[in-house]
Design a protein. Structure first.
Ligand code: PNS
Length: 162
């Protein structure tokens, strides 16, 4: 039997957007197992706690069988080595993302040659979405219902009201 290939799509997911979901749905078809790795970064202030982000990502992706949601701290490549993950999946929205993504891919390759990065261009209809822009426009009362999953929209509204 062919070796099963485990991949990871890692990020901050503060919060998960429809752009993330697009990449995840497509990547889940390409690999036997896809982990969604939510970064705990003690130096970065997030709107959602790691527990909240895990919960929202799990709810959003409940329709995909081969996806598992986890959180991690430290180097992504170390998490991959410990968990037998051989592919890093990243999404790019436009040429503006390319330099940063290449830099990370090259650094990760330098740190662990056996782990490959696969970069998927996002669907054009999501190319302008980012978690930070969503939080910014919501703060000023914009309608973002087409940009994030329903459960995220509800939680964002609750945060805004507080
Ligand atoms: O959604 P993001 O914030 O663009 O995701 C970036 C992420 C989490 C993939 C990246 O910052 C990361 O891998 N962080 C963990 C620490 C690490 O491995 N840093 C070296 C990256 S070359």
């Amino acid at each position: 039997m062919a070796k099963s290939v485990k991949a990871i799509f890692a990020g901050s997911f503060d919060p998960i957007t429809n752009g993330h979901v697009d990449i995840i749905e497509r990547a889940a078809k390409m690999f036997d197992k896809l982990k969604i790795g939510i970064l705990i970064n003690p130096n970065k202030q997030t709107m959602f706690t790691v527990e909240e982000r895990v919960e929202l990502v799990k709810k959003t992706l409940s329709h995909i069988d081969n996806v598992e949601v986890i959180f991690f701290e430290g180097l992504l490549i170390d998490f991959c080595k410990k968990n037998d993950i051989s592919v890093l999946v990243r999404g790019i929205r436009s040429s503006a993302d390319v330099d940063y993504e290449l830099q990370m891919a090259h650094m990760n390759k330098e740190l662990e040659d056996s782990i490959e990065t696969i970069i998927l261009p996002t669907n054009t209809k999501y190319s302008f979405i980012s978690s930070s822009l969503i939080k910014e426009v919501l703060h000023f009362g914009a309608n973002i219902e087409n940009l994030v999953p329903k459960c995220v929209l509800e939680e964002l509204k609750k945060k805004k009201i507080k």
